[in-house]
Design a protein around this ligand. Sequence first.
Ligand code: OAD
Length: 236
Amino acid sequence: MKFKKIVILTGAGISAESGIQTFRGPKGLWQKYRLEDVATPEAFARQPDVVHAFYNQRRLELAKYRPNAAHYALAQLEREFPGEVLLVTQNVDDLHERAGSKNLLHMHGELLKVRCEACNKIFNHNGPVFSSTACPGCSQKGYLRPHIVWFGESPLFLEEIYAALKSCDLFVSIGTSGTVYPAAGFVLLAREAGAWCIELNLEPSAVAELFHEHYYGPATRVVPNFVKKLLALISD
Ligand code: OAD
């Protein structure tokens, strides 16, 4: 078996066939909403209830989506691969964990968590939040925000992710347009560290040329096929 440490990066494309809208492209979320209005700290300072309403809606909708074959295949890979598998997702949905993935980092935050800007604690939260909602920890009102990384903010777990990228021997990017940094630059770090880099996506991403190998098609087809091939190598 050639590989021992795998880092997998996922983006909105892996959840697209579960029904969750991606961000870019003609039907993307950023066609319907201006990200400057709902996904920046400035927008939250200016109009907290508009920003809360945007995430309340997305949190509410989450219950109707289910993990798809691609999410399940990655969970199976983590269970059956004899080496290490770290899953880093840009997605704020919970479909990877519902499919059974455990070694998972949500670098752009999570829809089902809120954070208090007064006491800095993070809480699991499944329901609407308003600017009048009191923090379950410190009871102060007006300080809860979605636990989401907004534009202009630093992604979460970067130290851990960079360490994993520097020591992995296989890097796989799935369902991401390769346009948002630092995630779009992970391939370069992994490649420079000597990892074999594979892109699985519907179409070539903006950084496609940095990968050694590519498989294009819907995630529910391409990801299970890829996992099957990788697991078959174990017995080689
Ligand atoms: P994008 O919407 O930018 O890109 C989605 C990618 O998935 C595109 O390359 C599509 O071609 C591909 N895709 C669509 N359907 C697919 C399918 N069925 N199977 C496989 N691939 C498919 O989403 P991200 O790259 O995840 O950040 O966006 C990165 C970040 O930008 C997000 O985390 C979000 C966003 O603004 C924040 O909110 C901080």
